[in-house]
Design a protein around this ligand. Structure first.
Ligand code: ADP
Ligand code: MG
Length: 244
């Protein structure tokens, strides 16, 4: 790996978003959700996107994960603009490269935790990975429970296991602690931190909680659909030490 002057390894750029725009609605009702947003995402980094409700965080995350397309701008991945992908290419990108974790877990209630994860693993041709990802999130003994038999924190761990079952390089997490009590939320943050530090995954963590930004390698602040500040965190705090 190349090294810069301060002997820090130079991280590879995974995604490069340039001049993204998105407007919902028309005329007097138009909401400018993103206005000229540009950012880079690197391998093995914990990037926190911080902003109050309505600042455009989810809109941005959905575009980075190819769940929605911008009105203008580009997102470069491995030399091509994923905004130009057709439906087949979009599905393949989502399948192979990004895992999603949502505030509301989005598990299928009629399936056990294991079945929820198996479904994703099978679709992605990684059937053997299921037990491994449950072990990673420390939930192997509860694999056969239904979501309703699990606490909120446990359900979120299942949804992280489900995201990991694709073996993606990037995890896009939209307010993953938003529906959890403090202690369960902290366990989720510790989990996500571990994925970056030990497995060199890239975690993009969207939150409106200022304190959570302290665990980031890099922090992007959003307001009214724009990035108002981008900074490298020189004093990273471990997730276990964060209180909010
Ligand atoms: P955040 O995740 O930071 O709370 P969002 O990206 O969800 O912000 O929303 C940004 C702005 O876009 C908000 O004003 C929101 O009301 C609006 N918005 C988001 N999604 C839609 C939609 N599908 N239709 C209309 N307006 C939307
Ligand atoms: Mg949101």
């Amino acid at each position: 790996m190349a090294v810069n002057k301060k002997s820090e390894p130079i991280k590879k750029k995974l995604l490069e978003a340039k001049h993204l725009y998105k407007t919902y609605g028309e005329g007097d009702n138009a909401v400018r959700a993103l206005q000229d947003v540009s950012l880079d995402i690197y391998e093995a980094e914990l990037l926190v996107i911080l902003g109050s409700s309505g600042s455009g965080k989810s809109t941005l995350l959905n575009m980075l994960g190819c769940m929605d397309k911008p009105d203008g701008g580009s997102i470069i991945f491995e030399g091509t603009d994923i905004c130009d992908y057709n439906d087949v290419q979009l599905t393949a990108f989502r399948k192979n490269n990004v895992g999603f974790v949502f505030q509301s877990f989005n598990l299928i209630g009629e399936l056990t935790a294991k079945e929820n994860v198996t479904l994703t693993a099978a679709v992605n041709n990684h059937p053997s990975i299921v037990e491994e990802v449950f072990a990673q999130v420390g939930l192997k003994e509860k694999m056969n429970k239904y979501p309703s038999q699990l606490s909120g924190g446990e359900q979120q761990r299942v949804s992280i296991a489900r995201a990991l079952a694709k073996d993606p390089q990037i995890l896009l997490c939209d307010e993953p602690t938003g529906a959890l009590d403090h202690e369960s939320g902290k366990q989720i943050l510790i989990q996500l931190e571990k994925l970056v530090r030990e497995q060199k995954k890239t975690v993009v963590l969207v939150t409106h909680t200022q304190e959570i930004a302290r665990m980031a390698d890099r922090l992007i602040r959003m307001r009214d659909g724009q990035i108002i500040k981008e900074e490298v965190n020189r004093k990273i705090t471990k997730a276990e030490k964060i209180e909010w």
